[in-house]
Design a binder for this molecule. Structure first.
Ligand code: ADP
Length: 588
């Protein structure tokens, strides 16, 4: 602190802000940043591959997520360190651009940082390392093009697309049903794809989930599924050739904009008011009828009286439909969203071949299926799930019942057991109910995330139908080619290029380690096999199939996904290496 005076002689105090900040410079800054980045990568390393572990994350308000998806793990981790946040961003950008490979990209960046640390210790300047990495990444990306393969697909021949989506799903919790889920994802993407322009608008695919049933019951609906039911139980459950009025205006009398007061002091006045109100409803229903609507889908609710009138006038209705769903319904049925009853015209109505309400088993849950729409290019993947949890839960419930039975038996004795059981019961009950709802919901959420990955993979393949083989084979092949290229560079970059080749080995090593294999031995065996047989498709046999040729195992990944992983990881590591001064507020 220092005391100074302004031009009028008034004193003021200068506080040196820098003194209140902690500062790391030069090598210390780089090392601190590298260790933060590596710490994040270490967390994800064990999740990589088909035998990767899942992570359980609890949010501050108690919500539990179990997932294997790199982007989701990092998103929910709530990291504080700025460099760690960069790694989170890295995974997010991979998710945004490609949709898959979110764990791999962070593991790759972690390995590059580890190698960079060794080079820094040997006295190589960070800029040299960054340049070397850049060169090496270019070599690797070009090499990927060389080993990539193109495959042909068509609307009827989509097996290769399914196989690639299966590779993505094989490392997820839902891998039990990977074949059927992959088929669903591919069919959904093909239904909305514009094959001529090679483009897919994923917004047209709605992923809806409902707790209950089995994962195997997950289905693809060529239309829209809305988690709503008819506003009155006596309305028809099935409407064929529906003409749908899609409304954002409420079924209620208009509200005056200014304040007003109505004195109702006689029965007549009350009845006039009531009649007036009924007249409003009647008019609204009439306007829908005049336009030719046979179903009304409304963004807002309406009271019992309006509901009754709709039933009476034979106009089925659905209320409280969300804005996003309303938009999708409008796109699918080729209708227009109408904000005022006066604007309803026959050509603004949406058209669907079949609208039906479906109920599920013994539960009261009902969903609305809007199918055979005018614009068939909108589909819904409807996920069911939770049997595993139901199974566990029925076990817990049985335990609870048994305990209850014992407690009844001992009611008239002074058994201390009774006290124990009684204190135990509410706990068991709580766990049972909590787990049923959390467990099933978690399963659905994880399935949604996995389906998202599979959809992205199918979309990427339609954009660019080149694939590389997975199981670490592409990385090993790139590593060999980068290593060989290093000798051509006379400068110190050579070391960085070699380090890059070593970092590429981290992916197959992690895959081997996570599958319970000896990482170094497995890697060296596969690498020498690749060189000896000149076969870039040898990878890690994670599932112990008996062959490590990934062509035979049908383990594919998209070329653009793999290239993006390498490029993004290199960019982030370069950015981290270039930071040589970290100024942060010191902690008190
Ligand atoms: P990411 O989030 O990066 O996609 P995953 O946990 O899905 O991470 O793991 C993907 C890695 O697992 C890829 O390198 C892929 O090649 C590999 N992989 C997937 N299935 C198999 C398999 N059956 N055998 C060997 N490797 C596999």
């Amino acid at each position: 602190m220092a005391l100074a005076f302004d031009e009028y002689g008034r004193p003021f105090i200068i506080i040196k802000e820098q003194e209140q900040k902690s500062r790391l410079r030069g090598l210390d800054a780089q090392k601190a940043n590298i260790s933060a980045g590596r710490a994040v990568a270490r967390i994800l390393r064990t999740s990589l591959g088909p035998k990767g572990m899942d992570k359980m994350l609890q949010s501050p308000d108690g919500d539990v997520t179990i997932t294997n998806d790199g982007a989701t793990i990092l998103e929910q981790m709530d990291v504080d360190n700025q460099i760690a946040k960069l790694m989170v961003e890295l995974s997010r950008s991979q998710d945004y651009e490609i949709g898959d490979g979110t764990t791999g990209v962070v593991v790759m960046a972690g390995a590059l940082l580890e190698q960079a640390e060794k080079l820094l210790e040997r006295g190589i300047h960070p800029i040299r390392i960054a340049e070397g990495y850049e060169t090496a990444s270019r070599i690797a990306v070009e090499h990927l093009e060389k080993i990539a393969q193109k495959f042909e697909y068509g609307v009827s021949n989509f097996e290769p697309l399914v196989q690639t989506c299966m590779t993505t799903l094989s490392s997820k919790i839902v891998n039990r049903c990977k074949r059927s889920l992959a088929e669903i994802a591919v069919k959904a993407v093909l239904a909305v794809a514009d094959l001529e322009r090679k483009d897919v608008n994923l917004d047209l695919i709605k992923v809806e989930g409902k707790v209950g049933g089995k994962l195997e019951d997950t289905e693809l609906v060529y239309g829209i599924v809305v988690d709503k039911d008819m506003s009155h139980p006596q309305m028809p459950k099935k409407i064929e050739d529906a003409k749908i009025a899609i409304l954002t205006c409420p079924f209620e009398p208009p509200k005056p904009k200014t304040k007003h007061k109505v004195d109702i002091d006689t029965v007549e006045k009350f009845q006039t008011l009531r009649k007036q109100e009924q007249q409003y409803f009647d008019d609204m229903v009439q306007k829908c009828k005049d336009a030719g609507a046979t179903l009304v889908i409304c963004q807002w609710g309406f009271d019992d009286e309006a509901n009754h009138l709709l039933l009476h006038r034979n106009l089925p209705a659905v209320r409280w439909v969300g804005g996003v769903e309303l938009e999708l319904i409008a796109i699918a049925t080729g209708g227009r969203i109408v904000p005022r009853f006066q604007e309803l015209t026959p050509e603004k109505l949406g058209k669907a071949g079949l609208v039906r309400e479906k109920s599920f088993g013994t539960t009261k849950d009902r969903m609305l299926y809007i199918e055979h729409c005018a614009n068939s290019r909108a589909v819904t993947i409807f996920i069911r799930g939770g049997t595993l949890f139901n199974f566990v839960m029925s076990g817990i419930c049985m335990l609870k019942e048994t305990l209850h039975f014992f407690s009844e038996m001992f009611t008239d004795t002074e058994e201390p057991l009774l006290a124990i059981i009684n204190s135990f019961l509410p706990g068991v009950g709580m766990i049972a109910t909590a787990s049923i709802s959390i467990g099933n919901k978690m399963m659905i959420e994880e399935t949604k995330r996995s389906i998202h990955d599979a959809l992205c993979v199918a979309r990427n393949l339609i954009r660019n139908n080149s694939i590389v083989y997975g199981g670490g084979s592409a990385e090993i092949s790139c590593s060999i080619s980068v290593e060989a290229a290093a000798d051509r560079y006379p400068g110190v970059e050579q070391y960085a290029i070699r380090a890059f080749a070593d970092a590429l080995d981290a992916i197959p090593m992690a895959l081997a380690e996570n599958s319970g294999l000896q990482p170094i031995e497995t890697l060296s065996a596969v690498k020498s096999q690749q060189v000896k047989e000149n076969n870039p498709y040898c990878g890690i046999d994670c599932n112990d199939v008996g062959t490590n040729d990934m062509r035979e195992q049908n383990v594919f990944e998209t070329l653009i996904g793999k290239q993006q992983q390498i490029l993004l990881a290199t960019q982030v590591v370069k950015m981290i290496l270039k930071i040589d001064d970290v100024i942060s507020p010191s902690e008190y």
